[in-house]
Ligand binder design. Sequence first.
Ligand code: AP5
Length: 218
Amino acid sequence: MGKAKFIIVLLGPPGVGKGTQGQRWANEKGWRYAATGDLLREAVRQGTPVSLKAKAFMDKGELVADEVVTAIVEEVLQKADRPLLLDGYPRTIAQAEALTEIAKRLGWKIQAAVLLHANDDELVERLSARRVCPSCGTIYNLRYQPPKDNEHCDRCGSPLIQRDDDKHDVIRQRLAVYQAQTQPVIDYYQGLGLLVTVDALGEPDEVYVRLRKVRLSV
Ligand code: AP5
């Protein structure tokens, strides 16, 4: 399975645990993990011209232009040499159709679209208390998964940060954008017979047990 070219799409609203669960799943399976949000934030840190435009949308909780994000994903697919877990893409129907086309052209199979599901109140709670490590990407939560001293990464010692888009108003806007623009993507994968829904409520370990049970038939 090492060099198999298949993609697992990880879908779900902001704060549902895509990064938390996706990184763990990909590590265990030996897949490449790629999150468009992380890739965009990295581009912003590097100050590329396109990313500066993107940052304005991200800070407002709006989606970045389809062609910008799709170009990033196409590059990931060109370089990946093992199965890929894709977190945060596609988020619009145009992106979903683009992924289908690119995957076909580059010889990848979309194996499954796994949807993590939780209610909005839970999502707002999780996002308000999230802290992330800017160096190694480890995700914490001051309420549910706190780092040992509340301020530094347990793994690499870097000072933790709060994402710019984890402010209350922006969180609400991101949830609204998800309903309007990403919900149809769920129907798209349902129509292709690829959708698997996983309940994301409960402890992270409980959610992970459910996720691991997803049958991928690869
Ligand atoms: P992105 O970074 O993808 O953000 P998102 O989808 O809003 O998802 P999050 O990263 O906020 O949440 P998550 O589901 O990964 O949850 P996490 O594991 O961190 O996108 C950011 C922006 O980039 C977008 O708004 C857009 O502007 C742009 N963008 C990205 N992709 C794009 C695309 N394809 N098209 C256009 N624009 C795009 O967990 C959240 C918190 O909860 C953490 O604190 C965690 O510790 C905690 N937690 C996790 N699981 C549990 C649990 N079971 N119980 C309690 N707490 C938990």
